[in-house]
Ligand binder design. Structure first.
Ligand code: GTP
Ligand code: GTP
Ligand code: MG
Ligand code: MG
Lengths: 292, 278
């Protein structure tokens, strides 16, 4: 992996009395390759390497007996920092219900994730209501109903006969009347470049007034992750991310990109198709994975 | 974006970055640009514009090789098996293909062999109604290979000329699911008397380098005859198919460009390559 490559580079230089900035740059080129292979956005990688370079030059790497280890340590620490340092939990409301809205590009796993998060919260003592706000995709409402049945969670739906913002409005009222602690709203997949659909999402968000507006992002995403994250955040407002399909074994560089461009925390990762396949996001584990 | 008179190191770097941003991948991008540098050194192009055109032509040739037609069987029914990882657009693409086939005067039959995911069968049934194509389905939890087999048998018995088999999304990292896919492929072949006429791997255009592993793993499990690149109507360029073509030679046959039934097009290498550089 990257560690071996860096060891190799510095091993060739072991005879030198002290390393130069050019030697560090050779190591940085190797790190750049690794980041790009991992799908980190090109520009995000550039900025990241600048920070690593500054620390490497300034931090005694040039005089170190173990420069490879030193550089790896700096890269790892900067990755963890960029990924959010430590786990950030869900934001709960002071007055119930806490409202969570899921959104994202087509096929990222929102409907399945609604069930996963619902189950995760139910197991921690919360009374959860799932809200079916996708009226476009064929059988989307039925899919959430079945997910709810599997996870033994209640689902509020109005078929496809009402607009999503109307369903959101009625769903929240129903949740308050019946004393639910958490509402998780599933919305239809959409492109960040689809003006009408982004407007609809803003209307749904307004009706929900959510405590969390989570963007569900596919871990296999490539360079385009920055664009989607930036647009959803600027046009609708993102409070955090859920990274799905981490079990694809994709290196997951997209997560660095979405963090770099929005600064919002990653709350969970999806690790499979079952409703129990949800884990809390750990920046240190993700950093190790990106490093390969 | 590129109007270049002189060829400089800067131009090569810019071209490499453009390819990387399009998800072609750093290794494939470096390989393509170093070959371009070699061509320039040999005197094959003198201006920057000529160099860019040469790179584009090289990419078009790479993507064109191996043909791009959808195969119909020698004896009906034709059978196309649709596979891929979760959420890439398989079910929607089948509806689009059925819509196109109907407009060509053919009689497609849809087979709901995703017996795992919540409401997968319902989704295909609704799409079948919309398109006007019948759907063969069992209950959720049924054996996927059994449904696929029944689908081909039904087409033979009732004279449907193209069978489109929908399968469950499956991660290429799950060995047992790849084994299930092998079983589906074998069983379909048994009913048909030959392998499926197309086994199409559906890839989401926003996927990064992981798509290479997807293509390699799926095609090592069963023969993959073509790739369908979906969601090209977004801002993602889908450049990873360049790396896939380079490494596996699997031809890209179709592109998905939206969610409506008519949002499917034959893959056009020239148009696609222009898109990489936009
Ligand atoms: N392997 C794996 N599959 C997942 C994960 N999360 C979701 N899926 C699968 O991904 C596919 C798409 O999931 P959906 O929940 O339908 O995605 P969606 O975002 O609601 O899709 P749209 O509503 O059409 O935008 C399904 O096959 C899910 O089972 C995950 O973490 N790992
Ligand atoms: N914008 C756009 N969306 C698409 C395209 N193709 C499919 N989709 C959307 O992607 C989402 C997933 O599509 P499906 O057809 O359910 O994907 P799938 O591969 O069958 O999913 P699983 O069976 O769960 O693995 C849906 O919201 C589709 O409308 C496309 O070309 N462009
Ligand atoms: Mg959904
Ligand atoms: Mg499907």
């Amino acid at each position: 992996g990257l560690t071996d490559k860096l060891q190799g580079i510095f091993w060739k230089l072991r005879g030198k009395a002290r390393l130069t900035e050019e030697d560090v740059d050779r190591a940085l080129r190797e790190i750049r390759l690794s980041l790009l292979e991992a799908d980190v956005n090109l520009r995000v990688a550039k900025d990241f390497l600048e920070r690593v370079r500054e620390r490497a030059i300034g931090e005694e790497v040039l005089k170190s007996f173990t420069p490879a280890q030193q550089v790896i340590k700096i890269v790892y620490e900067e990755l963890v920092k960029l990924l959010g340092g430590q786990h950030e939990p869900l934001k709960f409301s002071h007055t119930p219900p806490t409202i969570i809205m899921l959104m994202g590009l087509q096929g990222t796993g929102k409907t399945t994730t609604a069930g996963k998060v619902g189950l995760w919260l139910k197991r921690r003592g919360h009374r959860v209501l799932l809200l079916a706000c996708d009226v476009r995709r064929p059988a989307a409402v039925e899919q959430l109903v079945q997910v709810g049945r599997q996870a033994e969670l209640d689902v509020f739906e109005m078929g496809i006969r009402e607009k999503p913002e109307r369903i959101a409005e009625h769903g929240i009222k129903h949740a308050k009347d019946k004393g639910y602690g958490v509402v998780i709203a599933d919305t239809g997949g959409r492109l960040h470049t689809d003006e009408e659909m982004m407007q609809e999402l803003r209307r749904v968000k307004e009706a929900l007034n959510p405590n969390e507006a989570l963007l569900v992002v596919d871990a296999m995403m490539g360079q385009d992750a920055v664009n989607a994250a930036r647009q959803f955040d600027s046009e609708v407002g993102v409070t955090g991310f859920i990274l799905s399909k981490v079990d694809s074994d994709a290196r997951g560089g997209a997560v660095l990109s979405i963090r770099a461009v929005t600064g919002k925390p990653v709350k969970f990762i999806g690790t499979g198709e079952r409703l129990t396949d949800l884990d809390v996001f750990h920046p240190d584990r993700m950093a190790e994975r990106i490093l390969g | 974006l590129f109007r270049r008179e002189r060829i400089s190191e800067e131009l090569f770097l810019e071209l490499e970055e453009t390819l990387v941003l399009a998800d072609v991948g750093i290794h494939t991008a470096e390989k393509l640009v170093s070959r371009l540098k070699e061509a320039v050194r040999k005197g094959n192009c003198r201006t920057g514009d000529e160099a860019i055109e040469l790179l584009k032509r090289t990419l078009v040739e790479l993507l064109n090789a191996g043909g791009r037609n959808l195969n119909f069987g020698p004896i009906p029914p034709t059978v196309w098996l649709i596979i891929g990882v979760n959420g890439t657009g398989k079910t929607t693409t089948i509806a689009k293909l059925a819509w196109r086939l109907k407009r060509e005067g053919r009689k497609p039959l849809l087979v709901a062999a995703d017996t795992f995911r919540a409401a997968a069968i319902e989704q295909l049934k609704l799409l079948g109604e919309r398109v006007g194509a019948p759907v063969i389905a069992h209950a959720i939890g049924a054996d996927a290979a059994a449904v696929a087999y029944d689908g081909v048998e039904a087409a033979k018995a009732r004279g449907y000329d193209v069978v489109l088999i929908d399968t469950a999304g499956r991660m290429h990292t799950r060995y047992n699911l790849l084994q299930e896919l092998q079983k589906i492929w074998r069983v379909v072949g048994r009913s048909l008397g030959r392998p499926p006429d197309e086994t199409l791997l559906v890839i989401d255009a926003s996927t990064g380098q992981n798509a290479i592993a997807q293509a390699a793993t799926f095609s090592s499990a069963i023969p993959v005859t073509g790739i369908i690149l979906t969601k090209l109507d977004g801002t993602a360029k889908g450049g990873v198919v360049v790396a896939i073509k380079d490494q596996t030679q699997i031809p890209i046959k179709l592109v998905g460009v939206g969610e409506s039934l008519d949002a499917i097009e034959n893959f056009d290498p020239k148009e696609f390559v222009e898109g990489l550089f936009e």
